[in-house]
Ligand binder design. Sequence first.
Ligand code: AMP
Length: 321
Amino acid sequence: MAPTRRLTGFKPTGHLHLGNLLGALRPLIAAQADTASIALIADLHALTMDHDPQRVRALTLEQATVMLAAGVDPERTPIVVQSQIPEHTELHYLLECVTGFGEAARMIQFKEKSAAGGPVRLSLLTYPVLMAADILVQDITAVPVGEDQNQHLELARTLATRFNSRYGETFTVPQGVRPDAAARVMDLAEPTIKMGKSTGTGRIGLLDPPDVVRRAVARAVTDEFAVVRRDRERQPGVTNLIDVLAACSGRQPSDPGSYGALKREVTDAVETLLAPIRARHAEFAVDPGHVRQILADSAARVRPRAVATVRRARSALGLLD
Ligand code: AMP
């Protein structure tokens, strides 16, 4: 069997938050000793909705810097900016030629986002095909996906399989890896939705100063039961706080009857986790040229495989060398 090659993607549409750290970055860092992974900053995906060019550029660099600060070792886990590898977009087009219009239009995320009103970019419709290209171009075998990306991963698998059977063995068919449910961090103010970069208001940014973290936890929604226990149905807020405490510190709440004590423990645990990241980020941030060099080196390391994949796909489809 081929060795595992894993891809984790981040969209530079907002500041990285505690959910990104616990659900994506930490597993990536934990696996980097024995798994070939790529951390992809999917800047092209950030252009599928109304966007501010300066902000996308700044967030791309910030996300790379936060990844380094959190412990991603670019020697083992290249940090790749999607738009710096032109083969992603070339393969995107080639894959569009094996995708049905109806297949793309059926995607739930497209339906939801396009129903929100306002002009809809064509790239929003075709973005799952670009996501398929992101995966297939690097012969990825494993993609950690939450529920919201399941349908897109299925499309990537369908396209790879269809292409291989029509035009000859070209792509590795990737598997979805379901992340640990406990690593899913919910919004502190609306604990029935996932903490997100632009959804909800109860978010903890990885670079938030201690007083902002403290206030976000203090304002976290609880309930009237006054019992510290896990019950996702009836006590989603308290359950989330217990899970965050466990994920950050490995500890259980010390007082089963006090939400105040629980929140203090969560604040301390989060602060213990974020303080070193904040400090290392400050060190990296003084030299953005160094971070850009790391990105350039990462791109140079992964590009040959992308070039080889696109060459196979072009040839299979009948394009001249
Ligand atoms: P995104 O923030 O959508 O660009 O996602 C980047 C990575 O973080 C993906 O692997 C997501 O599954 C993961 N992620 C995003 N939000 C959360 C969350 N609230 N809890 C756990 N993982 C998350």
